[in-house]
Design a protein around this ligand. Structure first.
Ligand code: SF4
Length: 278
């Protein structure tokens, strides 16, 4: 095995290659890591580049692909890309699920039965609390979209992002779990994670501060370079954060993947802090 495959097999580096397809979004959530909103620079990775990196990832020993943004489904070619990616490696795509109506819903129907899972954000079982963080009508759109996807045989996970997951009121947690089960999503497909103090969360004085020692190293490719985690290429005051930048070079993938494998190999033994985006 090569150094990258060794690092993945040994657990030092995550097996999923993350790619930021774009940075713009139809929402403007209060804790958004990337300060996304409709008008921000799009920083798009085109479909051909994403497919090329995924093929290289498989050769290097990666075991999955993750697509995030911004809202990936703002890109009209995203459903077709996901179907092609699924032929290379299993895929997780993060989405706010507010666009899955009409033509967009029809466009993702071919993903049914493929190794593609859509990870959808839902922060509370209470519409008002959820919508305070994510915007008006978000709750209603999400709880309509999830069963529509499940009925079509499309894999769905739900991610709940909280200021203090450990301090969540048990009654609220129970209500949220009842809700996701009623929408057709089982407990194994519901994750709860903390707000990360990057991007818009800094201005809002929210979340957990993280650096290299707190994150699970997962190679993350963007239009601006390769990072050590999907929590790396965040945006603050309009500027891309570079504290978790690995290389500006993204192709061939062996360059940033090898660099991250060396970084992981040089990290102190006993390093076991883990924070993942999924
Ligand atoms: S958190 Fe997600 S849904 Fe919300 S603005 Fe950022 S990219 Fe969009």
């Amino acid at each position: 095995m090569g150094a990258v495959a060794d690092a993945i097999a040994g657990g030092g580096m995550g097996g999923r290659l993350w790619l930021y397809s774009n940075y713009h979004c139809n929402l403007s959530c209060s804790y958004c890591l990337t300060e996304s909103s409709p008008g921000v620079p799009r920083r798009v990775l085109d479909a051909a580049a994403i497919l090329a990196r995924a093929r290289e990832a498989r050769e290097l020993g990666f075991t999955g692909v993750g697509i995030t943004g911004g809202e990936p489904f703002l890109l009209a070619w995203m459903p077709a890309l996901l179907a092609e990616l699924a032929e290379i490696l299993p895929v997780v795509v993060l989405s706010n699920a507010t666009l899955f109506t009409g033509r967009r819903l029809a466009a993702i129907e071919p993903l049914a039965g493929l190794p593609v899972r859509i990870q959808i954000s839902l922060d509370s079982a209470f519409p008002q609390e959820n919508d305070e963080m994510r915007g008006p009508e978000n709750f209603a759109k999400v709880v309509a979209a999830i069963p529509a996807l499940v009925e079509r045989g499309i894999g769905v996970r739900i991610a709940t992002t909280l200021e203090d997951p450990a301090g969540q009121d048990p009654a609220e947690r129970d209500r949220l779990c009842e809700l996701h089960r009623s929408l057709g999503v089982g407990d194994e497909d519901h994750i709860v994670r903390p707000i990360i103090r990057r991007g818009r969360a800094v201005a809002g004085d929210m979340g957990l501060a993280v650096g290299f020692d707190e994150i699970e190293p997962e190679l993350t490719i963007t239009a601006d370079g390769a990072f050590a985690s999907p929590f790396g290429p965040t945006v603050r005051a309009g500027e891309l954060d570079t504290d978790l930048l690995v290389t500006r070079t993204v192709a061939p993938l062996s360059v940033p993947a090898g660099a991250l494998a060396r970084l992981v190999g040089n990290a102190e033994s006993g390093r076991d802090a883990r924070l993942g985006i999924r």
